[in-house]
Write a protein that binds this ligand. Structure first.
Ligand SMILES: Nc1ncnc2c1ncn2[C@@H]1O[C@H](COP(=O)(O)OP(=O)(O)OP(=O)(O)O)[C@@H](O)[C@H]1O
Ligand SMILES: C=C(C)CCOP(=O)(O)O
Length: 244
């Protein structure tokens, strides 16, 4: 069982609102379609230039919510638009991709912890589908609705489904050190904290520091790599940075 996140920074042009990077998405879809064997795959995608701009305009983050349904739907609608593009590129390649919209499926409790039932995802997998989730809005006790990042969804799914492998395909070839070289392995947040930054583009969910923190908390080993590493990751290798 593999849980794979396609970073919004890879599949969109993150600096230009609601702009797809069609070539990059096609390459990612090619790599997924080439996955051999009968390994289960769950795909999660991030927002990139879809979702983050809308959330930022409304002042919505993962902790600061809104009770304004039209603001929530603005962000959710942008993410559904991107989800349609991702599904479309996968379907064109005969990947049996089906959507799961987290806004309709999960919630956060008053402490902000994500609760995401996964029965539908498990049944989809058993029936031969590739579930495709995405960063989204989510009902949040006491806050209205907040943003849930694709990274959080990956971590929650990996735990619930007992994933063997977790991959984050981003726009960088891995986590970079102070000299921009890829760090091979990270097992301690403090050892790398000073090189981990936010995203360079509009991003309400935490950039690289948030990713490393989230992945370190997982039991399964995880990899962060660029588009050029996606095929080898799906083939069982460990491109980029391994987080354990
Ligand atoms: N030490 C680091 N190594 C690599 N990237 C870093 C580092 N510090 C900060 N970054 C930034 O983190 C970005 C990746 O995080 P980002 O959240 O944008 O990725 P994503 O998950 O692909 O996109 P999205 O959040 O839209 O889904 C890089 O593009 C880079 O700007
Ligand atoms: C709704 C939004 C902003 C999606 C956030 O998902 P991410 O790009 O994985 O951080």
């Amino acid at each position: 069982m593999i849980v794979l996140k396609l970073g919004g920074s890879v599949i969109t042009e993150k600096d230009r609102p609601e702009t797809l990077d069609g070539d990059a998405l096609a390459r990612a879809a090619d790599a997924i379609a080439a996955l051999e064997g009968d390994e289960d795959l769950v795909v999660v995608h991030g927002g990139g230039s879809f979702g983050h701009h809308n959330a930022s305009e409304h002042g919505i983050t993962t902790t600061a919510g809104t009770h304004d349904a039209s603001a929530a739907l603005d962000v959710h609608g942008a993410m559904k638009t991107l989800n349609q593009f991702v599904l479309g590129r996968l379907l064109e390649r005969d990947v049996e991709a089906v959507p799961v919209h987290p806004f309709s499926a999960g919630r956060r409790d008053a402490e902000g912890n994500l609760q995401l039932p996964t029965g539908q995802v498990e049944t989809m997998l058993t029936e031969g589908f590739v579930p495709v989730l995405h960063g989204d809005m989510i009902a949040h006790a006491g806050e209205g609705a907040t943003v849930v990042s694709g990274d959080e969804l990956v971590a929650t799914l990996a735990r619930a489904l007992e994933a063997d492998r977790v991959g984050l395909c981003s726009t960088v070839p891995g986590v970079l050190d102070g000299e921009d070289a890829v760090i091979d392995r990270i097992d301690d947040f403090d050892a790398v904290a000073d090189v981990l930054g936010a995203s360079e583009a509009t991003d309400v969910t935490g950039g690289m520091a948030g990713k490393v923190r989230t992945l370190l908390a997982l039991e399964a080993e995880a990899s962060i790599f660029g588009l050029e590493g996606l095929e080898s990751f799906l083939a069982g290798e460990n491109p980029g940075t391994t987080i354990d």
